[in-house]
Design a protein around this ligand. Structure first.
Ligand SMILES: [Zn+2]
Length: 270
C-alpha cells in the first residue's frame, strides 16, 4: 500500500495527472475510451489553477499479469499469465483514459487473445501484434476503428462483421468484456436513451429549427459528445430509414416518460 501511495502521490503523481490531461484531450475532451461516458473534468477557474482531468490511466495490456477471461461463447482466449506485461507499464501506446467502472469493474486484468501470448518481457510490436488481441484499442491508429466493427441499433450494440469471422469476435468480445451491451449497465442504457430521444426530437423539428434543436443536430455526433458513436449510428438510420429510426426514438421516449412518472410518484409530498 505504501508503494502504491508513492506511485500516485509526489512527483510520480504529478506525471499521472499530466498524462490524464493529455489523454483527456485526445479522447474527445475527457471521454472514457471504452464506454464513451464523459469523465469529470475540473477546468481551471478561480479555485483551481490547472486543468485536472479525472479518470484512470488504464493499461490496455495489464501491467501486473493477465487473468484468464472466460468467454461466454467458449472461445479460447489465451489463458492467464502472472508475469505479463511488466515492460509495458510505462509504454505510452499502452495507455488509455477510462472511467473507473470500465477499468476496475470490467477490464480489470483481462486481456483475451486469439494468438500466442507474447513473452512476459516483450515489448516488440511484432510479438504483440501476433497475439491477435480481441479487445479493440480505440486510440491506436494501427488498430481497426471500433466503429467499423460495431455500431448501435437504438441503444443496443450490433456487430457488423459476419458471424464467426475474426472481426466478429473482436467486436463481440470487446462488447462482452466491457459490459457495453444493452441491459448490462443501466447508466449506459439511460444515457444512450437520452441521446436518441434528444437527437430524434431535434432532427424532427421543422426547419428553421429553434437554436437548441439546431445545436443538438449540429453537435450530437461530435467526438467530444458522450455516446457520439450511438448518435452517429442513429443519424445514419434516420437518414436511411425514417420509420425504423422513429421506432427506436419512440421506444426511447417511452422509457424516459416512464422514468419521469416513476420519479414523480416517488417524490415525497408534504
Ligand atoms: Zn467507461
Amino acid at each position: 500500500l505504501a508503494s502504491e501511495r508513492k506511485y500516485n502521490d509526489g512527483p510520480e503523481g504529478e506525471i499521472w495527472r499530466e498524462l490524464r490531461a493529455i489523454f483527456s484531450d485526445l479522447q474527445g475532451d475527457g471521454k472514457c475510451a471504452y464506454c464513451e461516458r464523459k469523465l469529470d473534468r475540473h477546468k481551471p477557474n478561480s479555485q483551481t489553477t490547472r486543468d485536472d482531468a479525472v479518470g484512470d490511466i488504464e493499461h490496455y495490456r495489464p501491467k501486473r499479469g493477465v487473468v484468464e477471461w472466460v468467454s461466454p461463447d467458449g472461445i479460447a482466449t489465451g489463458g492467464s499469465d502472472t508475469e505479463c506485461y511488466y515492460r509495458l507499464a510505462f509504454c505510452l501506446r499502452n495507455y488509455l483514459l477510462a472511467c473507473s467502472i470500465c477499468n476496475q469493474e470490467y477490464k480489470q486484468n483481462y486481456f483475451p487473445i486469439a494468438g500466442p501470448r507474447a513473452p512476459a518481457h516483450s515489448c516488440r510490436t511484432r510479438e504483440l501484434h501476433a497475439e491477435l488481441p480481441y479487445l479493440l484499442h480505440p486510440l491506436d491508429s494501427a488498430d481497426t476503428d471500433p466503429e467499423l466493427l460495431f455500431g448501435f441499433a437504438g441503444i443496443t450494440p450490433i456487430v457488423y462483421a459476419a458471424v464467426g469471422t475474426p472481426d466478429f469476435w473482436r467486436a463481440t468480445v470487446t462488447i462482452q468484456l466491457l459490459g457495453l451491451g444493452k441491459g448490462e449497465r443501466w447508466i449506459l442504457d439511460k444515457e444512450r436513451t437520452l441521446v436518441i430521444a434528444t437527437l430524434y426530437k431535434a432532427l424532427d423539428t421543422p426547419e428553421p429549427r429553434d437554436s437548441i434543436a439546431q445545436y443538438v443536430v449540429d453537435h450530437a455526433e461530435d467526438d467530444d459528445w458522450a455516446h457520439a458513436s450511438c448518435a452517429r449510428s442513429f443519424r445514419r438510420l434516420y437518414d436511411a430509414d425514417r420509420v425504423a429510426a422513429k421506432r427506436f426514438a419512440e421506444e426511447a421516449i417511452y422509457h424516459i416518460e416512464k422514468e419521469q412518472s416513476r420519479r414523480n410518484q416517488s417524490r415525497i409530498r408534504f
